[in-house]
Design a binder for this molecule. Structure first.
Ligand SMILES: *Cc1c(COP(=O)(O)O)cnc(C)c1O
Length: 403
């Protein structure tokens, strides 16, 4: 009888299987299951980086700014917007870190709603989101209303409807929850926030390059996210930020700087913001740090976000099948939604004492992600993870929990 958990038929039927060879091999790594925290480097990134230093920076020198570097934040923003965010051109920039862009966008949002004194988020939001919103509230005398959410189930439209009011300036959530991978009903939540007259800021860190996003269709106001998770931009690659086109004329960047000026080289007194989303920039664009991201976006363009999501759904379903057969009998619980329409790219497994397994897992070449108190996040990356790799990693985990 064929083994129903055999990974081979899944890999044989995977239209994206060949992308795996286009990532740098990692000697000794049996299973890399942390693509949701730091994506693997595309193999071409090394040459592209070396070529950039040698040919672009090296030979063009300061002329490079006029030959494309200066406009890179909007050009790359448009590219990510088109490939992964459902955003028409002219609304997205690449800059800063996610934390800094969240701060800039959330500050701009509350300034657009004078007289309203509340920001709504949830208890399960990522720590940086909570810190940013608390910091803005403290500085401006606002209140953060924190909806208590079940980390495994995430935020619901009903909860948002009960929390917003005429006092709400801004509503901000993650689209995909970092702990369990739940997917929020973004169109419904956006509508509810708008009905209350509030603006909405989505954190797309765990969505971009994994779960299709439709910012324009949702009617979202603002969004930010990182590029080093499923977008494989490398450690510290800059973030992206989105401002809906019809807000652009009014939105004010709280971190004014010369790169966001209308006339950066005029060196005049007095700040006048650039037209369009460029006004959200502050200082010199991190050109060098976007080189691997550019390689990765070429791969995403080739694969298509629809196929990426389809493989991601198959990977998480397979991870759940393996977990049910091998781990649940040993006291492991699945702490992620089981409805594939509500689950993003990773699956979280919990069992008391999981922290103690990280050492043995790493020693065996298996690298999952750990989130305390006792959650192992299994984050396969659709372009670089095979079903055989997932099978190998979870079978090591099985032997550890059974042993
Ligand atoms: C990874 C992540 C971040 C990261 O913020 P940085 O400023 O890039 O460190 C922010 N928000 C969420 C939801 C994340 O998952």
């Amino acid at each position: 009888m064929p083994d129903p958990l055999d990974p081979a038929p899944h890999d044989a039927a995977d239209p994206l299987a060949s992308f795996r060879e286009r990532f740098t091999p990692a000697p000794g790594v049996v299973a890399y299951l942390d693509g949701n925290s730091l994506g693997r480097p595309p193999a071409a990134a090394a040459d592209r980086l070396a070529g950039f230093v040698r040919d672009d920076w090296g030979t063009r020198l300061i002329r490079g700014w006029d030959e494309g570097w200066w406009t890179l934040p909007e050009r790359l923003g448009d590219r990510i917007g088109g490939l992964a965010l459902g955003a028409a051109p002219g609304q997205t920039v690449v800059a800063d870190s996610t934390t800094v862009l969240l701060h800039k966008l959330a500050t701009a949002a509350v300034a657009l709603r004078p007289g309203r004194d509340e920001i709504v988020t949830d208890t399960g939001n990522f720590p940086t989101d909570r810190d940013v919103l608390d910091g803005i509230a403290d500085a401006r005398g606002l209140t953060v209303r924190r909806i208590r959410t079940d980390p495994a189930a995430g935020i619901t439209p009903e909860q948002v409807a009960a929390a917003v009011s005429g006092r709400t300036a801004l509503v901000s959530f993650s689209h995909v929850g970092y702990r369990s991978g739940w997917i929020a009903d973004a169109p419904a939540i956006t509508r509810i926030a708008h009905d209350a007259g509030a603006l909405v800021l989505w954190d797309l860190s765990h969505s971009a390059g994994s779960v299709p996003v439709e910012l324009d269709a949702w009617g979202a106001d603002l969004a930010a996210g990182c590029t080093y998770k499923y977008l494989n931009g490398g450690p510290g690659s800059p973030a992206f930020g989105y401002v809906r086109a019809d807000l652009l004329a009014d939105v004010e960047n709280p971190v004014r700087g010369w790169v966001g000026r209308a006339d950066p080289f005029g060196m005049t007194d007095g700040f006048a913001p650039a037209d369009g989303v460029r006004r959200m920039l502050s200082g010199t664009p991190p050109v060098l740090a976007t080189v691997p991201l550019q390689v990765s976006l070429e791969m995403l363009a080739e694969a298509g976000i629809g196929a990426v999501r389809e493989k991601s759904r198959r990977l998480t379903r397979y991870a759940l099948e393996l977990a049910d057969a091998w781990l649940v009998p040993h006291g492991v619980a699945v702490a992620s939604p089981r409805d594939p329409d509500r689950l993003g790219g990773h699956v979280t497994l919990t069992r008391p004492g999981f922290a103690g397994l990280l050492g043995p897992l790493h020693a065996a070449g298996v690298i999952p992600d750990y989130r305390g108190p006792d959650g192992l996040r299994i984050g396969p990356a659709p372009l670089s993870t095979s079903f055989a790799e997932l099978h190998a990693g979870l079978s090591v985990l099985r032997s550890l929990v059974a042993g």
